[in-house]
Design a protein around this ligand. Structure first.
Ligand SMILES: [Zn+2]
Length: 141
């Protein structure tokens, strides 16, 4: 499967995100060729504790969505896997907070598709990747 095909597969999983206003999917291809992915989502703890806020999809909801990259790191840890030396594909340019985690996890390269240049965090993400020499590539659609 080509990188473009993997990215297309991840884009196809956006519908599984809790955050349909801005669905994001992050994934890797593991040693056996299997795609392991995660979407941005609401923690079960928040969903149980604040069911009305979650249902209303209020400001609370948007502030508490966990980013796909973090969900992916947690999912891999539960599977006994990690991101050391891996290429991570993300449907949207990661924010700086997620970049920090991916960097600490030993990611080799970040491949993304969408870049919201209009958002302030896009520049911060690019500055951060330059500062830490994180290999990154934007895939066209
Ligand atoms: Zn993020």
């Amino acid at each position: 499967m080509s990188e473009q095909e993997v990215m297309d597969y991840l884009v196809g999983k956006k519908s599984e995100s809790d955050e349909q206003g801005c669905p994001v999917v992050a994934g890797i291809v593991d040693e056996s060729g299997e795609i392991i992915y995660a979407t941005n989502s609401i923690e079960d703890g928040f969903a149980k504790k604040f069911p009305e806020e979650i249902k209303k999809r209020s400001e609370f909801f948007y502030r508490h969505v966990k980013h796909a990259e973090i969900v992916l790191v947690e999912k891999l840890k539960l599977m006994g896997k990690d991101l050391q030396g891996k290429v991570v594909l993300v449907t949207l340019l990661p924010c700086r907070e997620c970049l920090k985690v991916l960097l600490a996890e030993g990611v080799k390269e970040i491949v993304y598709r969408e870049d919201h240049e209009a958002r302030g965090w896009s520049k911060r993400s690019h500055d951060f990747m330059i500062e830490y020499s994180i290999c990154n590539r934007r895939l066209s659609e």
